[in-house]
Design a protein around this ligand. Structure first.
Ligand code: ACO
Length: 402
């Protein structure tokens, strides 16, 4: 495939492939997907096994370094991350500049971009010890930045990280805790969020990961590349779908809960009406992550004592869609984000914040891909071609004659 691609390029022919539906832009050893069979593996390990037995930090290590860590390696990795969770005090002031009702995704992206101005010692993409340092800084500081973005939006004071806690517990405390009150992390909530982070941790060449690789291919540093990836994730057809699903379910409920009517509107292709959380570029079968989440949604909501009528609407929607020819013919199944919003909501997060949680989960995947890309001798600056459809050559007409 690689040789054929090179040969085609040398002939001057251009492959016209909008959305890169059939273009392999990289070779990668990180994540394997079989969209027809509904298979997802990180570094060869089935997602179902990682979801059951592993945890987010271990999965992050696996994605970035290629192997599951030994106990010593995991301990060392955890300690390194714990040492870097604090933000520079000046960085906190960035949050003052944003309007209080700002969406947290651009706030997070801007803050990650700003990290590159604070850590100018680690910007050379080919300096491996510094790439290592940037990796640790990102994994440690992005949860702190995300929690600050949340605190800013509700007008509460920021909490410093407590490094006696694990990464997810620390994030929950910084998000929901208050300075004057002790905050007890609910282990069921932490476990649920950890699981969701594992399920989001990588998904090969999706829109945001491809963005990270494309920006990085110009030898832009890791912070800059990840900041761009966060913005690619923002869109409702990608990470923003998790918020959009909740808005859709809320809308159906507000209009009386008529699921069949909503499905008809989707099938009639009413402008702006899609069944959010359904369909995927690669999966033409049930998304294996959605399978795990659906199984655990009831369990998690039950454990933390939340009853949500929207879950019933979601299940009815799924059932209706899966037995409808429109969805069957197009092989549209629930994707990872069909049920996640309901869990995030039950854990206490506002809808606007859901995509930030996706970004926290996807961070190790982005880092792993950037590092693989920068070390790959086959990497070239990303520079697609085009089919020009504009005017042929014409002569300039002076302003007075136009
Ligand atoms: N609801 C209704 N119809 C849909 C949906 C949907 N969710 N998804 C695809 N279709 C239809 C399209 O209208 C099209 O129909 P047509 O052949 O009659 O024109 C056909 O299915 C193929 O769809 P495309 O848009 O060509 O598929 P593509 O691979 O480009 O899009 C995408 C994939 C963006 C995920 C799409 O399915 C979608 O918009 N889904 C809803 C948003 C969503 O949930 N995004 C999250 C994806 S997973 C993630 O990023 C975490």
């Amino acid at each position: 495939g690689i040789e054929l691609g090179k040969l085609l390029a040398s002939t001057g022919y251009i492959t016209y492939d909008p959305g890169f539906v059939n273009t392999g832009a990289a070779s990668s050893a990180i994540t394997y997907i079989d969209g027809d069979e509904g298979i997802l593996r990180y570094r060869g390990y089935p997602i179902e096994q990682l979801a059951e037995h592993s945890n987010f930090l271990e999965v992050s290590y696996l994605l970035i370094y290629g192997e599951l860590p030994s106990a010593t390696q995991l301990d060392d990795f955890t300690q390194k991350i714990n040492r870097h969770t604090l933000l520079h005090e000046d960085l906190k002031r960035f949050f003052d500049g944003f309007p209080r009702d700002a969406h947290p995704m651009p706030v997070l992206s801007s803050a990650v971009s700003a990290l590159s101005t604070f850590y100018q010692d680690s910007l050379n993409p080919f300096d491996e010890p510094n790439v290592e340092l940037s990796t640790v800084r990102l994994l440690a500081k992005v949860p702190t930045l995300a929690a600050y973005a949340y605190k800013k939006s509700i007008g509460q004071p920021f909490l410093y990280p407590d490094n006696s806690l694990g990464l997810v517990e620390n994030f929950l405390r910084m998000t929901f805790g208050l300075p004057a009150e002790p905050y007890q992390v609910d282990p069921d909530v932490a476990k649920a969020l950890d699981l969701l982070f594992i399920l989001h941790a990588d998904h090969e060449q999706n829109c945001s990961t491809s963005t990270v690789r494309l920006v990085g291919s110009s030898e832009a540093n890791l912070f800059a590349s990840i900041s761009a990836g966060i913005m690619a994730l923002f869109g409702p057809l990608h990470g923003g779908a998790n918020s959009a699903v909740l808005e859709m379910l809320d809308g159906i409920q507000a209009e009386g809960g008529d699921v069949a009517r909503f499905v008809e509107r989707v099938k009639n292709k009413e402008k702006g009406v899609r069944l959010m959380g359904f369909g995927h570029r690669v999966y033409k079968n049930y998304d294996p992550r959605a399978k795990i989440i659906k199984r655990t949604a009831d369990q998690i909501l039950g454990k933390i004592g939340v009853q949500d009528h929207l879950l019933d609407i979601a299940k009815e929607l799924e059932e209706t869609a899966l037995s409808d020819d429109y969805f069957i013919e197009r092989k549209l199944y629930p994707n990872v984000d069909f049920y996640t919003g309901l869990i995030y909501r039950a854990l206490g997060f506002p809808t606007k914040f859901f995509t930030v949680l996706f970004a926290l989960g996807r961070l190790p995947g982005w880092i792993a891909h950037w590092r693989e890309m920068i070390q790959d001798p086959a990497t070239k600056i990303g520079r697609p071609r085009q089919i020009y459809t504009g005017e042929k050559e014409r002569d300039y007409v002076s302003l007075s004659e136009r």
